[in-house]
Design a protein. Sequence first.
Length: 119
Amino acid sequence: MEEETYDGIPVSELRIDSVEWTPEQAGHIRTRSRRYPGALDIEPEWATEAALDPSARIGLDPATKTGEGIRVTGWSAGAGRVLTDVLLPEEHPPAGAWLGATSWVTKGRDLRDYGKAAK
């Protein structure tokens, strides 16, 4: 099976050097529990830690309306758990700088897949 690509770059070769969170998106992830009772409110710094995790798993985000999003699943020491982030590129093709769209606590298959990859 051929590897997925993003703007002609194999997904496994996408660089994530930085993640910026707008005030709106930072507020969105900081208030998850208002929309999803029992959910963890996530600090942007935690989400960035997860995105910069050297063992992070990167894939295309099937739910992004624009088709430009990627999902990054990685460990955040600040959150004390694995988080999944949706990121959008600052430019095309992506050169390592990304914008944070959302973040949540990783569960289910994504968490199991991350655990296998991190070993």
